[in-house]
Design a binder for this molecule. Structure first.
Ligand SMILES: Nc1ncnc2c1ncn2[C@@H]1O[C@H](COP(=O)(O)OP(=O)(O)OP(=O)(O)O)[C@@H](O)[C@H]1O
Ligand SMILES: Nc1ccn([C@@H]2O[C@H](COP(=O)(O)O)[C@@H](O)[C@H]2O)c(=O)n1
Length: 233
């Protein structure tokens, strides 16, 4: 790399889209990559979780596309960077922990399937990413939210490995859902996300597929940083 290349590397910023099924490691890797590059990190799943939490709290019918869209239109969802990644605020209340409940996890895919919700979320996510270096993770980032992202990676791992990882993570949080139950929940959510009509979970044509089943967190992050480095040089 000559001096000119070094300056370009340091001043240029790119958009990185990480998509994939549940518990593939997207947010873990996205946080590391964003920190290493000095970019912002946006966990779009947290935004769908936040509106789902509000709908559950207010007793809104989750199957009602119109009601879901109207609810989101009068809701403020804010993301703020924090030491551990990202804080999530719903109408100014910190819901970072609350959106990870089993109840929200079990309902979020129904909420996220609504066109009225996705249209607003995609617009908001595009505004958050505008004109800056960003690592964004979700299900439709490479296909819909940031179709021009310089780097798109579709991350996956076997469903057994993803359930095992979530099981270990839950244990640390003192949650003791049986492994088989977790695997079923993950498989069901993947199916709903992949089969919905609006922006289903799928690999963008120009995305790189990364199977992390036998990779450590460090190895997966290093591979994405390597790919980012190629685009920055
Ligand atoms: N390569 C890896 N090897 C081992 N464990 C991993 C790896 N990547 C992630 N993990 C662990 O797997 C768990 C799930 O990862 P993470 O929450 O990042 O997945 P995700 O794709 O963002 O999930 P979701 O879409 O459900 O939010 C975490 O506990 C994380 O530490
Ligand atoms: N871009 C996205 C991101 C998420 N979803 C939906 O939200 C659910 C929760 O996402 P996590 O990443 O927090 O697990 C996910 O299962 C999808 O239903 C989405 O549709 N689009």
């Amino acid at each position: 790399m000559n001096t000119y290349d070094e300056v370009t590397f340091l001043t240029k910023s790119i958009q990185i889209a990480l998509d994939g099924p549940a518990a593939a490691g997207k947010s873990t890797i996205a946080k590391i990559v964003a920190e290493q590059l000095g970019y912002i990190y946006i966990d779009t799943g947290a935004m769908y979780r936040a509106i789902t939490l509000k709908a559950l709290n207010e007793g809104i019918d989750l199957s009602d596309n119109k009601a879901a869209g109207e609810l989101l239109a009068k809701t403020a969802i804010d993301l703020q960077p924090s030491e551990n990644g990202q804080l999530v605020f719903l109408d100014q209340q910190n819901v970072t922990e609350a959106i990870r409940s089993q109840e929200v996890t079990g309902s979020v895919s129904e909420m996220a399937a609504h066109e009225s919700v996705r249209l607003q979320m995609v617009k908001l996510q595009q505004q958050l990413a505008e004109g800056r270096g960003v690592v964004m993770d979700g299900r439709d980032i490479g296909t819909d939210v940031l179709p021009k992202a310089e780097l798109k990676v579709f991350m996956s791992a076997s469903v057994e490995e993803r359930a095992r990882r979530r099981f270990e993570e839950n244990k640390k949080r003192n949650i003791h859902t049986p492994l088989e139950e977790l695997q079923g929940e993950i498989a069901k959510r993947d199916q709903m996300d992949s089969e919905r009509e609006v922006s289903p979970l799928r690999q963008a044509d120009d995305a790189i597929y990364l199977d992390t089943t036998s990779l450590t967190i460090r190895e997966a992050a290093a591979e994405i940083l390597r790919l980012a480095g190629e685009r920055l040089s």
